[in-house]
Write a protein that binds this ligand. Structure first.
Ligand SMILES: NC(=O)c1ccc[n+]([C@@H]2O[C@H](COP(=O)([O-])OP(=O)(O)OC[C@H]3O[C@@H](n4cnc5c(N)ncnc54)[C@H](OP(=O)(O)O)[C@@H]3O)[C@@H](O)[C@H]2O)c1
Length: 277
């Protein structure tokens, strides 16, 4: 599949999702700071890619809440800079967005057509990124993910790694009153590749298939890595977090190209964590 992809440049390629990108020109904040318009323009012009996969973002939801200017600067202005550079060289843009653009009020999973209404600064700054991409660049893919996992012991700083870090405890507490659709970074990259090869344009939900709670994920992790640990269900009042978490971030996709979340999670745990903790 690698051979058929057009010349591709990736921003923010040193993170969780970027660790699964095995093609193209991979950049990080040192070689391409998306918040720096001149640098973004000059690096993109130098490489003249046909596709830009824009992964760079501030993904720490609570940091975004404490410092909204930073969130908008990286996630919204940074995306604007990448869009302008893509326009300049005539590249297609893939923007990775988030289920965090929704307000969680819907009773079922969110589709691509549901109306965004972000409830925290991370979600708002990423939604503005979507608006910028959609309004300025026809040739784009917006790929929405939810509850990302991936990157293994070196790169994973999100929920799955936080649960794994507690596996030596007798019990682990996890939220049972929020639902989402977990996304394996490796599968997200595979989904993006497929959409690119199909010549797709538009907005696509690319989480793994299915809906679960944080409690369900924690249970699945302990089943694989340490079944003797008890998982205790708690509700959102239990954790004191800076940014509001909504009760429903689950998604369903108009394209059926992603496998079920549990199958993906088990593969991740067995290939990247087993015997390393
Ligand atoms: N993580 C999730 O739960 C989640 C869920 C849905 C969607 N997404 C989206 O998925 C995409 C990939 O995120 P990820 O999960 O791989 O998160 P990640 O591991 O935090 O990766 C993001 C990367 O962007 C880099 N970056 C930050 N500021 C930058 C800048 N000014 N210029 C260039 N690069 C910069 C970061 O570098 P440093 O670490 O050195 O700052 C990091 O390597 C993001 O667009 C994110 O919004 C993530």
């Amino acid at each position: 599949m690698k051979e058929n992809l057009p010349k591709t440049l990736i921003t923010g390629a040193d993170g969780m999702v970027g660790s699964y990108v095995d093609f193209g020109i991979k950049t990080d904040p040192r070689s391409l700071d998306v918040a720096d318009m001149n640098e973004t323009m000059s690096v993109v012009k130098k490489h003249a890619p046909e596709v830009i996969i824009h992964l760079a973002a501030e993904t720490d939801v609570d940091r975004c809440e404490r410092d909204p200017n930073h969130a908008y600067f990286i996630n919204s202005v940074g995306t604007y800079n990448v869009v302008l550079a893509a326009k300049e060289v005539g590249a297609k843009l893939v923007y990775v967005s988030t289920s965090g653009i929704f307000d969680g009020q819907k009773s079922g999973p969110y589709t691509e057509d549901d109306m965004p209404n972000p409830k925290n600064y991370y979600g708002h700054s990423k939604f503005l990124g979507e608006v910028i991409v959609r309004s300025l660049l026809k040739d784009h893919i917006i790929a929405r993910a939810c509850w990302m996992f991936g990157g293994g012991p070196k790169k994973d700083e999100k929920f799955v790694a936080k649960i794994i870090a507690q596996l030596r405890n007798k019990e682990i507490k996890a939220l049972n009153d929020v639902c989402g659709s977990p996304t394996f970074g490796k599968d997200l990259v595979g989904g993006i590749k497929k959409l690119l090869l199909d010549g797709a344009v538009g907005t696509f939900n690319l989480s793994n298939e299915g809906v679960c709670s944080r409690y369900d994920i924690a249970k699945a992790i302990t089943e694989v890595l340490n079944p003797s640990v008890k998982v205790v269900a708690v509700d959102r009042r239990y954790f004191d977090l800076d940014a509001e978490r909504v009760s429903n971030e689950s998604m369903v996709s108009k394209v059926k190209i992603m496998r079920p979340w549990k199958e993906a999670l088990v593969e991740y745990l067995k290939t990247e964590w087993e015997n390393k903790i």
